[in-house]
Design a protein around this ligand. Structure first.
Ligand code: SAM
Ligand code: DTB
Ligand code: SF4
Length: 329
């Protein structure tokens, strides 16, 4: 089983059929693959910091930070490196393994690159894995970040190719995939996933995962975000609650299609019961964001996550950092 082939040629038909399996068969298949690649009791932890908030020129219809929507989020300048490092130290001391820095940009300006590289270097020196999410990157920017020691870059496809144009007009799915490609080719590990609960169909959710699972190499991490409601954004009008079992099915499908990728149960955990989170872990989710705050919205308190993992007999531990994905042909 450990040598199970990592496939990048999944079809929609295959994915639909897996997704439609009876729940026990689906979860069993996902859990079996999970065990072949990971310690099923281990959960990876990452902490987020918004290093530049709001005022974003993009019009992503789900986001509190777009300048196109009235959300009450105040725009800030890029933080100073010392303040970022102080936050990283606090996150590390609170148990985070990775520190993810997010900026509300379409793409970073070349004049910001020195400061961003200093942040990466400083966070690495604290013994944390580093991740950034800054919008689109050019190959030269990827090369600079790699040189500074950036471990991961987050850039989500967010939804299916079809649904994408209803969600954002200032950029395309192709733009997103181009940056993902630059990041992978530049030797930085890719974190790429999406959001559910914006009013997309089941077909859109499956298509989003098939898009990820048919990239030249699977993303090393796949964040599954449940849309966190934001007052004043267009998605507020289309959003539909997600059936908890539909979320578990999606996590299981992600685990089956991309068996060696870390699947992160990302935004939206404040709205999830402990039982739902436990089912998601059973279906193959093996990473969470820790700390009270995501970027502009909340996350469960640290004690709640500690309590949950303890009651489940699970523990915080790095998942396999070797990423079997590198073996993808
Ligand atoms: N500006 C950069 C970009 O778009 O790639 C980085 C920051 S952006 C906020 C990072 C990701 O957060 C988005 O791609 C989206 O998947 C997720 N996100 C944003 N708002 C969200 C919300 N309200 N609920 C859930 N996920 C959200
Ligand atoms: C990801 O997939 N989820 C994180 C991280 N990558 C950058 C962001 C979630 C943001 C939730 C909404 C907010 O806090 O503004
Ligand atoms: Fe800007 Fe990123 Fe929010 Fe889109 S998701 S509006 S690019 S911060």
């Amino acid at each position: 089983m450990t040598g199970a082939k990592i496939r990048t040629d999944w079809t929609m038909e295959e994915a639909r059929a897996i997704h439609a399996l009876p729940f026990p068969d689906l979860v069993h298949r996902a859990q079996t693959l999970h065990r072949a690649h990971f310690d099923p009791a281990a959960i990876e932890t990452a902490s987020l910091l918004s290093i530049k908030t709001g005022g974003c020129p993009e019009d992503c219809g789900y986001c509190s930070q777009s300048a196109h929507h009235e959300t009450g989020v105040k725009a800030t300048k890029l933080m100073e490196t010392d303040a970022v490092l102080a936050a990283a130290r606090r996150a590390r001391d609170a148990g985070a393994q990775r520190f993810c820095m997010g900026a509300a940009w379409r793409s970073p300006k070349d004049r910001d690159m020195d400061k961003l590289c200093d942040m990466v270097q400083g966070v690495s020196e604290l013994g944390l894995e580093t991740c950034m999410t800054l919008g689109m990157l050019k190959p030269a920017q990827v090369a600079r970040m790699k040189e500074a020691g950036l471990d991961f870059y987050n850039h989500n496809i967010d939804t299916s190719p079809d649904h994408y144009r209803k969600i954002a007009t200032t950029r395309t799915m192709e733009d997103r995939l181009e940056t993902v490609d630059h990041v992978r080719k530049g030797g930085i590990r890719v974190c790429c996933g999406g959001i559910v609960g914006m009013g997309e169909t089941e077909e859109d959710r499956i298509a989003m995962l098939v898009t990820l699972a048919t990239l030249p190499a699977h993303p090393d991490s796949v964040p599954v975000n449940l849309w966190n409601e934001i007052d004043g954004v267009p998605v507020q009008k289309t959003a539909r609650p997600v059936d908890p079992f539909a979320l578990v099915r999606l996590v299981a499908l992600a685990r089956i299609l991309m068996p060696a990728s870390v699947v992160r149960l990302s935004a939206g955990r404040t709205e999830m019961s402990d039982e739902l989170q436990a089912l998601c872990f059973l279906a193959g989710a093996n990473s969470i964001f820790v700390g009270d705050q995501l970027l502009t919205t909340g996350n469960p308190a640290a004690w709640r996550d500690r309590d949950l993992l303890e009651r489940l007999g699970m523990h915080v531990a790095p998942t396999s950092p070797q990423t079997a994905n590198l073996a993808v042909g």
